[in-house]
Design a protein around this ligand. Structure first.
Ligand code: MD3
Ligand code: FE
Length: 221
């Protein structure tokens, strides 16, 4: 008889592993994948926000977005009257965006590899903060250079309903609950699907309080 395979490590959890699912070709939910890293991630977010504070950006149409955002990495996503784009410096301070912590990049690469995207090296991380009542309307992420690269998202704090459509804005929308510690990898045929976040319900999370945080790791350039 061959020996039994090595037992799963201490972070293995049957209940979160059972939440892993392929949402569609190219889109994979890794239930609770980042839960053990949450405190490290939250401390790093505090450091980022001290250098590059959260702000509500202006849409090209002139409205303030309800989600508060900041970035870390070589490039950061911004929106203003001139449009959406990645820029190397924070327009609010003129300084380069804070560095992408190596532990962030490693986590994103591990998640991408697990979903079948080897060699993912994010150079940008958009940090979104949702307060109760905040939402993100349906959109596509198409400011990155190479759509063959996935986007990796990490959810922390309050739960949210992710709205997930299809390749056209008018396609019907599925609702996928995203919880603290969930990681989703979006690539391949799922990369340009319309998506958003339903209005955040009020609540309190033991680690974040009345807030949901979302990190999206991107290879922008
Ligand atoms: C599917 N963020 O920052 S993460 C965004 O929870 C964004 O803050 C949401 O949409 C949030 O652009 C959703 C999940 C996500 C991110 C990017 C995607 C899903 C995606 C790109 C393509 C398809
Ligand atoms: Fe998006």
């Amino acid at each position: 008889m061959p020996p039994d395979p090595a037992p799963p490590g201490p972070s293995f959890d049957l209940f979160t592993a059972l939440r892993d699912q392929v949402l569609a070709p190219g889109a994979m939910l890794l239930g609770g994948f980042a839960r053990d890293d949450a405190l490290t991630l939250l401390a790093a977010i505090d450091d980022i926000v001290a250098l590059a504070p959260f702000r509500r950006m202006t849409t090209p149409g002139g409205r303030a977005m309800s989600v508060a955002m900041t970035n870390c990495g070589q490039a950061g996503w911004v929106s203003d009257r001139a449009g959406y784009r990645y820029v190397p410096a924070d327009p609010a301070t003129g300084r380069p965006w804070p560095a992408l912590p190596p532990s962030f990049a490693a986590l994103a690469a591990r998640a991408a590899a697990r979903a079948g995207f080897a060699g993912f090296r994010p150079d940008a991380c958009l940090v979104n903060r949702y307060d109760p009542g905040t939402r993100l309307t349906l959109h596509q992420d198409r400011n990155e250079r190479d759509f063959s690269r996935p986007i990796v998202s990490v959810s922390l704090g309050l739960p949210a309903l992710f709205l997930w459509g299809g390749p056209a804005r008018t396609d019907r929308v599925r609702r996928v609950p995203l919880e603290h510690g969930d990681v989703v990898v979006w690539g391949g045929p799922a990369r340009l699907t319309y998506h958003g976040i339903h209005t955040l319900a009020d609540g309190t999370h033991p680690l974040t309080g009345r807030v949901r945080l979302n990190l999206t790791f991107r290879q922008a350039r």
